[in-house]
Design a protein. Structure first.
Length: 256
């Protein structure tokens, strides 16, 4: 499925309204989501599996497989490249991914809006870590334990709700989104103006070529007209000469 939005552009007849097509599910998600926190999860490197995960917006449930694949990719990377505690973030088509790995091999991940503040995102994963171990305290001493992880996930929803409701972050996020939107519109305007200028140059070149062809056609028409008139003159001269010769012959014949 494709989703289209119309960019709001100034009312200028020279500008063409651009329709942007979202061709991948990540772009569709960014167009739909209104909450900065999109997805959180906890994984474990010991058995290389995702233990718990939560999607903050129910409208994004169809993207659960894509979100889960992010956790699995981060888990595989941690198993392959890292062996100690680490903290980092990166950006993909869904937004910004903030990752925290503790010394026991637990990975705490948060997927947020790409404009979300990095320090707030890491505060979220730190709180997620604390709430996770408060819910499953046996994992602190025995990281390999396997409690029933699906028994209570309220803490996941509470963490998402808490950071989604932070007014200062929402205000900053909205301001950044407006700035980004204005920048995108201005960039699109410049691109379209450059395109219109190129089209105007091409039209001017075509007009020049048309005028040149018209002049050549006019010159050819005048030359053809002169040639036709000369042929007519020669024709009537030949007829006149013939009549004059006939008249002289008749006069000579009568005189004899």
């Amino acid at each position: 499925r494709q989703m289209c939005i119309r960019d709001r552009l100034p009312q200028n007849p020279l500008l063409i309204v651009k329709v942007t097509s979202y061709r991948n599910r990540g772009d569709i998600f960014k167009a739909m989501s209104l909450e900065p926190i999109k997805y959180i999860s906890v994984a474990r490197t010991l058995d290389q599996r995702v233990l718990v995960e939560h999607i903050s917006n129910k409208n994004n449930k169809p993207l659960s497989l894509e979100f889960n694949s992010i956790s699995e990719e981060v888990l595989a990377e941690q198993v392959k490249k890292y062996s100690s505690a680490s903290k980092y973030s990166f950006t993909n088509s869904f937004g910004k991914v903030s990752v925290l790995r503790d010394s026991n091999g637990f990975i705490f991940l948060a997927l947020t809006d790409s404009l979300y503040r990095e320090e707030t995102a890491f505060a979220l994963v730190e709180e997620l870590r604390q709430e996770f171990f408060d819910t499953y305290p046996e994992l602190v001493k025995a990281p390999q334990a396997n409690p029933v992880f699906s028994a209570d996930k309220r803490y996941l929803n509470e963490v998402c709700a808490k950071y989604n409701s932070r007014q200062e972050d929402k205000t900053l996020l909205e301001a950044k989104a407006k700035i980004q939107g204005t920048t995108d519109v201005m960039r699109n305007n410049v691109v379209m103006m450059m395109g219109n200028r190129d089209e105007a140059n091409q039209l001017d070149q075509k007009s020049s070529d048309f005028a040149s062809n018209a002049r050549q056609f006019n010159e050819s028409a005048q030359l053809l007209e002169r040639e036709y008139r000369w042929r007519q003159i020669k024709f009537w001269l030949m007829i006149g000469a013939g009549l004059f010769s006939l008249l002289l012959l008749m006069l000579w014949w009568t005189s004899d």
